[in-house]
Ligand binder design. Structure first.
Ligand code: URA
Length: 189
C-alpha cells in the first residue's frame, strides 16, 4: 500500500493545473496518519502557501481554538484541503481545479481510512462528490459517501472563516464539531 509521504511527494511536483504556476509551496496536508477523523478545508491561503502547511492563518487559528474548546488537539486529526495549491487572490477554487486535485485527496483518504471525514464548507463537500445547491441541505448530518472503491462516513459543516466572521454561526459550528468528535474521538489508534 502506498504511503502519505509518497502522495505528498507527487503533489509537490504536480503541474496538472495552472495553480502550480504561482504557488510558493504545495500544501498536501499534515497530521496523524492513523487519525480516525480527516478534516478537509477549501484551499491554502497566503500563509499556508508560504509555509506549506494547512490552516495556519486566521481561519486556521480559529479552527484550532474551536477544536481545543471541545478538547481536541490538531495532532489527533489529519488536516488537508480540497485543493493543494493556493488560488490567486484567495479566490474559491473552480470545479475543474477541485476535480483535478481530487485523486490526491482520494489517495490520502484511502491510506488513512478515517472513520469520519469532516468537510469544512462547500468546496470540501464538492471535492467529496456531494451534490447540493445550498450548504444547509447537507450540513450537520452524517452521510455515507463512495470515493474510489471505498465508502466513508462524512459530516459537513461551515468553513471556519464563516463562524469566524459571523459570531451567530459559532454555536452551530461547535455543535457540529462536537457531534463529529463525540461519535469518533475514541477510535484513534
Ligand atoms: N482555508 C482553508 O480552507 N484551508 C487552509 O488551509 C487555510 C484556509
Amino acid at each position: 500500500m502506498e504511503s502519505l509521504t509518497a502522495v505528498s511527494k507527487e503533489i509537490e511536483k504536480c503541474t496538472l493545473c495552472d495553480l502550480c504556476l504561482k504557488r510558493k509551496n504545495t500544501v498536501p496536508g499534515e497530521g496523524n496518519e492513523k487519525a480516525s477523523i480527516v478534516i478537509i478545508g477549501e484551499a491554502p491561503g497566503k500563509n499556508e502557501d508560504l509555509q506549506g502547511r494547512p490552516f495556519i492563518g486566521m481561519s486556521g487559528k480559529f479552527l484550532s481554538k474551536s477544536l481545543e474548546s471541545i478538547g481536541i488537539d490538531r495532532s489527533m486529526v489529519f488536516i488537508t484541503n480540497a485543493v493543494k495549491c493556493r488560488p490567486p487572490n484567495n479566490r474559491k477554487p473552480t470545479k475543474e481545479e477541485i476535480a483535478t486535485c481530487r485523486p490526491y485527496l482520494i489517495r490520502q483518504l484511502s491510506v488513512i481510512q478515517p472513520k469520519l471525514i469532516l468537510a469544512l464548507g462547500t468546496s470540501a463537500a464538492s471535492s467529496l462528490g456531494i451534490e447540493f445547491k445550498h450548504l444547509n441541505e447537507i450540513k450537520s448530518r452524517f452521510m455515507d459517501i463512495a470515493l474510489g472503491n471505498k465508502r466513508f462516513k462524512c459530516l459537513v459543516t461551515f468553513h471556519p472563516s464563516f463562524p469566524m466572521r459571523f459570531p451567530s454561526a459559532r454555536k452551530s459550528f461547535l455543535a457540529d464539531l462536537s457531534m463529529a468528535f463525540n461519535s469518533y474521538k475514541n477510535l484513534s489508534t
